[in-house]
Ligand binder design. Structure first.
Ligand SMILES: Nc1nc2c(ncn2[C@@H]2O[C@H](COP(=O)(O)OP(=O)(O)O)[C@@H](O)[C@H]2O)c(=O)[nH]1
Ligand SMILES: [Mg+2]
Length: 300
């Protein structure tokens, strides 16, 4: 727990240096007034929190009873509370509801889909798990998932490069039902540069999944790369629209200066953040905590 908090805090250090450092710069010498609030607003925008969250926070600050001579530490605490309040509806426990529980992983190339499947399979160690290598576009993607399958000692269902992803999902899921799997993870390709193709492919995959199990996928999780900043917000909106995403995983929060984008993404989508990625290793996936995240973000 403390370990994780340290990891989160050091991961977000570049963001909190910007945010917390900026606050110290403003409020060490100046009072809380319209002009220092303007500067605070600028800092929040620069830290990628997005326009909506930023204006909400600034409005809160104006109406709040914070002493005009509050220390930068007090300002940070108030800011942390505001950010935690914005994020708290997004903190939801990830729960399995069916057998098999089908988890469809979506997101652009490089967002961490395959890696996250590997990490999640590890988290659910003890359950009967299979992985479907639905990114049939790149041979490397199948290989990468196979390595995660071996590491976790779980079954992987794959086809040759270029095979029809929806057909593979149908076969893999049918097999999972037959085998009595508890959880099935479906990896997908993420070519957002061709939105029509991607949309068609994802829709087809979802249709096919429903043919085998009408209430699946129980979770469609969108992986986002925090280092892409405001791009992640656009991706989130797009994928929510085309793939009925019902949960987020924000990766690469280790070492980014754009950690604030998590706030912008949740404001834009109103989706829960189930996990955050803090590294490439099998253990580097953490359940999202609004309080911890807000504290790390402002450097408290
Ligand atoms: N630093 C860091 N790297 C990550 C994280 N998640 C994934 N990666 C790396 O990002 C790269 C792309 O990940 P991958 O799972 O292949 O993305 P995909 O294309 O969406 O399947 C790989 O090199 C991963 O090891 C994370 O949380 N932190
Ligand atoms: Mg992949």
């Amino acid at each position: 727990m403390t370990n994780w908090f340290n990891k989160l805090t050091s991961g977000l250090k570049k963001t909190s240096d910007k945010l917390g450092g900026g606050i110290s710069d403003i409020f060490t010498k100046r009072r809380l007034d319209a002009s220092s609030l303007d500067d605070l607003e600028e800092i929040l925008l620069e830290a990628d929190l997005g326009y909506q969250a930023t204006s909400e926070i600034i409005k809160n600050f104006s109406s709040r009873k914070i002493a005009r001579d509050a220390s930068s530490e007090e300002i940070k605490r108030a800011l942390k509370d505001d950010i935690a309040a914005i994020l708290s509806p997004c903190e939801q426990k990830f729960e399995l509801s069916s057998k098999p529980h089908v988890i469809l992983m979506v997101g652009v190339n490089g967002a961490g889909k395959t890696t996250t499947i590997g990490k999640l399979a590890h988290k659910f160690k003890g359950k009967k798990i299979s992985l479907i290598a639905g990114d049939t576009f790149r041979a490397a993607a199948v290989e990468q998932l196979k390595i995660w399958g071996e590491r976790n000692q779980v079954r992987i269902y794959s086809a040759a490069q270029g095979a029809d992803a929806a057909g593979l999902c149908f076969d893999g899921l049918t097999e999972a039902v037959k085998q009595g799997d508890d959880i099935v993870f479906i990896d997908t390709a993420g070519r957002l540069q061709n939105k029509t193709n991607l949309t068609d492919e994802l829709k087809k995959i979802i249709r096919v999944i429903k043919k085998v199990i009408p209430e699946a996928p129980q979770h469609t999780l969108l992986c986002l790369d925090a280092t892409t900043g405001q791009n992640a917000v656009d991706q989130a909106k797009t994928f929510k629209e085309i793939a009925s995403v019902n949960g987020l995983i924000i990766n690469k929060l280790d070492g980014t200066a754009k950690g604030g984008v998590l706030v912008a993404v949740t404001e834009a989508t109103e989706l829960p953040v189930y996990y955050i990625g803090l590294g490439e290793g099998i253990d580097d996936l953490k359940e999202f905590s609004a309080q911890e995240f807000a504290a790390s973000l402002v450097g408290l």
